[in-house]
Design a protein around this ligand. Structure first.
Ligand code: EPU
Length: 416
């Protein structure tokens, strides 16, 4: 079993370079199927979720070549066939193939997607959008058969600004007949990255990044070159490592605007952060103060940083609070942090973290991707050795986490 072994209490200094955003890249790759020509996507993170998407592309018959952080995809040769359940349940983003194939062929058969088990993750808003565009959706157990004679634009009011439903609607509608409007759309930077990519291929989308997106259908999408934006969640995770152990730790290749909700909270805690054009320099916070945080849709505080933040709050003076409003079950890290010496209680959707407490290394388990990141941060500050199992979750979303942390002074290794 793969494990991360961390010897804690080592100062972090030097530079960590942030990779491309997982949650953008996992949408851009399926989106490329909508083009009839070659597309090149740069700044692709080297994480296992991307490998799973490559597997689907190759299974469908696309020509794919990947080098370091770039991927070249030509979908001319693909066949619209059912993606096997064991592949599509590997990750959440497999459902972007559902909308891309529907948008291209007006027909798709696919299974319910996978993803971290952090509570119910229904896809009703995506299915509602498909139906608004004129598709018939037949659900049999875990499988969906979706087809249409033609897709015709319509207005979709999302019940909540879902990232997945917004991207799926973009993909399914950009070649539909007429105009589609998404109201109450998600505003995450990843949505803008996907819409920009589609526009670079020839789509006509305006308003991405706001709550109303207008998509005028086009007949054909062609070749293009695009880049994945920097991963704001990876950046946030390492910035918090800097807040715990940094000595002028530099986190580079970031877009400071994308992480404002985090940097403003860090300032409340007492951090002295230097924010430059594309990097942030941060040191260990002396006498950190308690804070209260609520996870929200962008530009609010991201749920994906809530678990890593919990580790930082174990070191703050007083009772800090985090309220999770997006997922039902995103506190699985708490049990393990408490085993390491934290003092955290769960009260329904809120956790109360009493600090500061010394953490001690022990054997813990990554129950999901960001819980894993939380435990890595905990291991970095704990006395003695922390052993983290179920590391595969972490490798799904953090490129070379071991190498990046080692390069700034952490004592961390991965063992088979
Ligand atoms: N929801 C519904 N119905 C829907 C869609 C969403 O009820 O049709 C509710 C559910 O409670 C769901 C929540 O809204 O759990 C969030 O759903 P959303 O569609 O916004 O998120 P997602 O597309 O499933 C993406 C990221 C997540 C990130 C969220 C929120 C990908 C592959 N995943 O998920 O990333 O937490 O947006 O920002 O892009 C992670 O990286 O660790 C991660 C979980």
């Amino acid at each position: 079993m793969t494990k991360l072994i961390i010897e804690g209490e080592h100062e972090l200094s030097g530079t960590i370079k942030i990779s491309g955003a997982k949650n953008s890249a996992v949408a851009l790759i399926p989106a490329s199927l909508l083009s009839d020509e070659e597309v090149i996507i740069d700044n692709i993170p080297n994480i296992s979720d991307i490998d799973a998407l490559d597997e689907i592309l190759i299974y469908l018959g696309a020509t794919v070549s990947r080098s370091k952080d770039s991927i070249k995809i030509n979908s001319k040769t693909i066949t619209n066939k059912e993606i096997p359940e064991e592949i599509s349940t590997k990750l959440r983003a497999s459902y972007y193939f559902m909308s891309a194939l529907l948008g291209k062929y007006k027909k798709v058969e696919m299974y319910f997607p996978g993803g971290c088990k952090i509570g119910a993750r229904p896809i009703d808003q995506t299915l509602k959008a498909f139906k608004t565009l004129g598709a018939t959706v037949i659900e049999e157990n875990n499988k969906y058969k979706i087809y249409a004679d033609k897709l015709v634009g319509g207005t979709i009011y999302l019940d909540m600004p879902s990232v997945g439903a917004t991207i799926n609607t973009l993909l399914a509608s950009c070649k539909a007949i007429g105009t589609t409007i998404i109201r109450n759309a998600a505003k995450e930077p990843e949505i803008v990255n996907v819409a920009t990519f589609l526009n670079q291929m020839g789509a006509n989308i305006i308003g991405a990044g706001t709550s109303e997106i207008v998509i005028k259908g086009v007949k054909k999408l062609g070749s293009c070159y695009t880049e994945v934006i920097p991963d704001r969640i990876e950046a946030g995770t390492y910035i918090m490592a800097g807040a715990l152990l940094g000595n002028n730790l530099k986190i580079e290749n970031i877009i400071p605007d994308h992480i404002k909700s985090l940097t403003s909270k860090l300032k409340e805690i007492g951090a002295n952060i230097k924010i430059n054009n594309n990097n942030i320099i941060i040191s260990k916070i002396e006498n950190p103060k308690k804070i209260s945080v609520q996870t929200l849709r962008y530009p609010g505080f991201p749920t994906d940083l809530q678990q890593p933040l919990t580790t930082l709050l174990t070191q703050c003076n007083g009772i800090s609070k985090i309220t999770e409003t997006i997922y039902e079950n995103r506190f699985q890290n708490v049990e393990y942090l408490n085993q390491m010496g934290a003092n955290i209680i769960i009260k329904d959707k809120t956790i109360e973290i009493t600090g500061p407490t010394q953490l001690y290394g022990t054997k813990v388990k990554a129950t999901d991707l960001r819980a894993g990141a939380c435990l890595v941060l905990a291991g970095l500050i704990a006395k003695n050795i922390t052993e983290i199992t179920d590391v595969d979750y972490i490798l799904r979303g953090y490129e070379d986490i071991v190498g990046k942390l080692q390069s700034v002074g952490a004592k961390i290794s991965i063992t088979e």
